[in-house]
Ligand binder design. Structure first.
Ligand code: OGA
Ligand code: MN
Length: 307
């Protein structure tokens, strides 16, 4: 008797394909927003609404926005951050968001006093003993940080009492992106910052913890290039693979807001011009990818549990 379900999980097949390290996969089918020829019949240009200037990002008039034809509501926006802006945000993530009052994966293992100085300690360790020991510095072990309502990874919930601020600049930046796409009521209430290295990946999942999924999820990335997979509400459907590079913005709204997605591969390449730079942030970014994503959690009609 055959107990196995015969449905082929096309998402898992592609996830494993791009994640493999035994041999290098072909990237021919990966949608590349830096190559106009790869967008034919895959993505369409989108007009943006004009917005006021916001610090640490370029003017909306300079942005180039697309929607994926296969996944309505999935937006990709280029030219939102100059190199200087990208360094600003990367520094904020790695220096300011990796300690209290924010929550990180290391909180349960380390003393608060050492976590609070995570970046400074790592930087001085690194500068004292040459460039070989980035992987021995404490900052290398930070995998994620949460800001605003802190996502509980076990219950997959948020709660009223477990929150800090969403930093003003993060809120303003994400609201500006939401406004440009016409989401005028979006509020920035929670953020997850993911820190990846070349061997890291993020398994297929949906982001459903937020109470009103009609609001967009805004996601910005810095550092190494990566391959991102976006599918549909059906776990097993074949995803579209796209390149996400430093400074690129992805917005999941509409049908794509509840779609399965994953990050199978961090590449060794980067769009940032940092080969010749030897400061600690540049060395970190040559070996890492940072993803800062921002969400609205509450809805007008339902409230979060107390704890
Ligand atoms: C997430 C996520 C994708 C990325 O944090 O939920 O899907 O680009 N991140 O890192
Ligand atoms: Mn996600």
């Amino acid at each position: 008797m055959e107990f196995m379900d015969n449905v082929i999980d096309d998402f898992k097949v592609d996830f494993k394909y791009y994640k493999q390290r035994a041999s290098v996969p072909s990237f021919n089918d990966v949608v590349d927003f830096d190559k106009p020829s790869s967008l034919i019949e895959k993505a369409s240009r989108v007009n943006l609404e004009h917005c006021n200037s916001v610090k640490n990002m370029t003017e909306v008039d300079e942005w180039e926005a697309y929607q994926l034809d296969s996944v309505p509501g999935f937006y990709f926006i280029k030219n939102v951050f100059s190199e200087e802006h990208q360094f600003y945000w990367a520094q904020r993530c790695v220096q300011d968001f990796t300690h209290s009052p924010y929550v990180t994966n290391l909180d349960q293992f380390q003393e608060k006093s050492s976590i609070d100085k995570m970046w400074e300690i790592s930087k001085s360790n690194f500068l004292q003993s040459g460039s070989s020991n980035l992987k021995d510095t404490p900052i290398w072990s930070v995998r994620w940080a949460t800001l605003g309502y802190h996502h509980n990874w076990n219950t997959r919930n948020y709660s009223k009492g477990h929150r800090t601020d969403v930093p003003e600049d993060v809120a303003r930046m994400s609201i500006n992106i939401a406004h440009a796409l016409g989401f005028k009521k979006y509020k920035a209430e929670a953020s997850v910052v993911n820190f990846y290295h070349e061997s890291s990946s993020l398994c297929p999942h949906q982001d459903l913890s937020e109470l009103d999924l009609s609001f967009p999820l805004i996601s910005v990335s810095f550092g190494l290039d990566a391959i991102f997979l976006i599918g549909s509400d059906v776990k097993t459907s074949k995803p579209t693979a796209i390149f996400i590079r430093s400074g690129d913005v992805v917005v999941m709204s509409g049908r794509s807001r509840t779609a399965y997605h994953a990050l199978p591969r961090v590449m060794s390449t980067s769009k940032l011009q940092i080969d010749s730079r030897s400061d600690f942030l540049s060395c970190y970014l040559k070996n890492s990818r940072i993803n800062l994503n921002v969400r609205q959690v509450e809805s007008e009609n339902s409230v979060l549990p107390e704890d």
